[in-house]
Design a protein around this ligand. Structure first.
Ligand code: IMP
Ligand code: MG
Length: 179
């Protein structure tokens, strides 16, 4: 996007709709993990708001840790490369792991995460993502807990950024740019 282009935001998913959906996802997770003690691993930075809302609806005993991967930089299209910027602080061998993402786009990040987590031999591994771009992702495994399946739009707010901006917005917006 050129420096001169004008950006405008269009409201896409309201705070209320997001809250309702998160409650449903949490209910399913509470049922699936009854009697277990999963570790939720949030992928920084984008998942921090989703994870904090989700975790407060979780009734089973659980732990939380974070992984930080390289970001898109300031672009809207993935560089096609993923690297790790912050590793886990906990032992995950023989533990039940739930990876928490903001959005699955090409699927490159979750593929990378799956490979590094599986190497550490957890007893189970599942994925939760607030958003899932249904036309984009080329995954050969399923995302177990999806908030919303969306078309190929660039979205911001509720933790999601464009060039590190807009994470603070209370709802999800489509980011449009006009030259
Ligand atoms: P993937 O590796 O292509 O699946 O991209 C995943 C990561 O790219 C997400 O965790 C986000 O940080 C970022 N991303 C992908 N699509 C969007 C978007 O529409 N808005 C903001 N960030 C995005
Ligand atoms: Mg991310």
């Amino acid at each position: 996007m050129s420096k001169q282009s004008k950006i405008y935001l269009e409201k896409f998913i309201s705070r209320k709709t997001i809250s309702g959906r998160i409650k449903k996802l949490a209910k399913k997770i509470n049922e699936d993990y009854k009697g277990k003690k999963p570790i939720f691993i949030g992928i920084l930075n984008g998942s921090f708001i989703f994870l904090s809302d989700l975790i407060r609806e979780i009734k089973v005993d659980c732990e939380i840790d974070f992984l930080k991967l390289s970001s898109y930089g300031d672009e809207k299209i993935s560089s096609g490369k993923v690297t790790m910027l912050k590793d886990l602080n906990c032992e995950i061998e023989n533990r039940d792991i739930i990876i928490v993402e903001d959005i699955v786009d090409s699927g490159l990040s979750v593929n990378f995460i799956k490979a590094i987590i599986e190497e550490k031999k957890p007893s189970s591994l599942r994925f939760a993502s607030l958003l899932f771009k249904k036309e984009m992702s080329k995954l050969d495994f399923k995302i177990d807990y999806i908030g919303f399946k969306i078309d190929n739009k660039f979205v911001v707010g509720y933790g999601l950024d464009y060039a590190q901006q807009y994470r603070n917005l209370n709802a999800i917006y489509v980011l449009h740019s006009k030259n």
